[in-house]
Ligand binder design. Structure first.
Ligand code: AMP
Length: 300
């Protein structure tokens, strides 16, 4: 609980945040929380529970189990992949797209197979997948009855072993598919990591404000990651042009420089992915002393 004694889990304890204990989403989820000021105080490498700031407690579980834990209320919030939420078919509230863990759930056939799209696959197609729920619903929507061959890993080998005709599997670059002589024919969904919450917890006035604070803190970190803070000394006579180059959020901040005479300092939040162009344009206006820094958090 915080100093005001506000946040409280179901028994007045801390709010539980289910986090992936290993795998692709784990490190980034923990790092994001840390950037937001919530450091998981792990008691040893294999700890399953850790303090997470004052108001929260981290539960480290399998990413695939997180939708269940959150839907059941064993944790009030969690971080896991949108694909795993879809597969679980459980009711959780998606609060935030966290941007990392990008992948797509794709349908792939053997390179020598005739199908050019999933809709061309015949009834009775055998589908190897560790996403049976999503795969079944997808082929149902296409009106194609399929047989599922459930697998838990190395799905790409199934069509070559005669276990299945096609696979439904996660792809990021597609190189694993190509290496295994498979060809992607459709994308069922794209996925990134999400902050999810138990819908009942969001209705509970003793819990909801802390969940909302957590979402806001994470969102401010994500927003800040895409931005930089830029400072530059610019000729006073070029301020109209400077405004065009660095409009910032509400126009650039212009600060007097002691003994600056014809120079002022301009500060603005700028897009990180445009920084090279922005600097070049400022230089062309005669700017000097350009300084760019990272932003920890950004609230609009
Ligand atoms: P894990 O099996 O614990 O490593 O976590 C797998 C989760 O990471 C998936 O369910 C996706 O949400 C995400 N992910 C992101 N990129 C990939 C990828 N290329 N392959 C598999 N999973 C990925």
């Amino acid at each position: 609980m915080n100093a005001k004694g506000r946040a409280g889990g179901p028994d007045g304890g801390r709010i539980r945040v289910a986090l992936p204990n290993k795998g692709r989403l784990s490190d980034k989820a923990v790092a994001l929380l840390e950037q937001a000021g919530l450091r998981a105080a792990l008691r040893g490498d294999r700890a399953l529970i850790a303090d997470l700031g004052q108001d929260f407690q981290a539960l480290f579980v399998r990413a695939a189990d997180i939708p269940e834990y959150v839907a059941d209320g064993a944790a009030e919030v969690g971080i896991t992949g949108a694909d795993l939420v879809a597969e679980s078919g459980r009711e959780v509230a998606a609060l935030l797209d966290l941007g990392f863990g990008f992948c797509r759930l794709a349908v792939a056939v053997r390179e020598d197979a005739p199908a050019r799209s999933a809709a061309q696959l015949p009834a009775g197609t055998r589908v190897a997948t560790s996403f049976p729920g999503v795969a079944r619903r997808y082929f149902q929507s296409l009106g194609i009855p399929i047989e599922i061959a459930p697998v838990t890993g190395a799905t790409e080998i199934a069509p070559h072993l005669g276990v299945a005709d096609v696979i439904v599997d996660l792809v990021s670059t597609g190189s694993t598919l190509r290496m295994n002589a498979l060809r992607e024919v459709d994308t069922i969904m794209t996925s990134t990591a999400r902050l999810v919450a138990n819908p009942r917890a969001l209705e509970d006035p003793s819990i909801a404000p802390a969940i909302s604070d957590l979402a806001t803190a994470l969102e401010s970190v994500l927003r800040a990651e895409a931005k930089r803070y830029l400072m530059a000394n610019v000729p006073r006579s070029r301020l109209d042009d400077v405004r065009q180059v660095i409009p910032g959020i509400n126009g650039p901040t212009i600060v007097e420089i002691l003994d600056g005479d014809s120079w002022v300092a301009a500060h603005a939040v700028v897009d990180a992915d445009q920084i090279y162009q922005t600097i070049a344009r400022l230089k062309a206006l005669g700017a000097e002393g350009i300084l760019v820094t990272r932003i920890e958090r950004l609230m609009p």
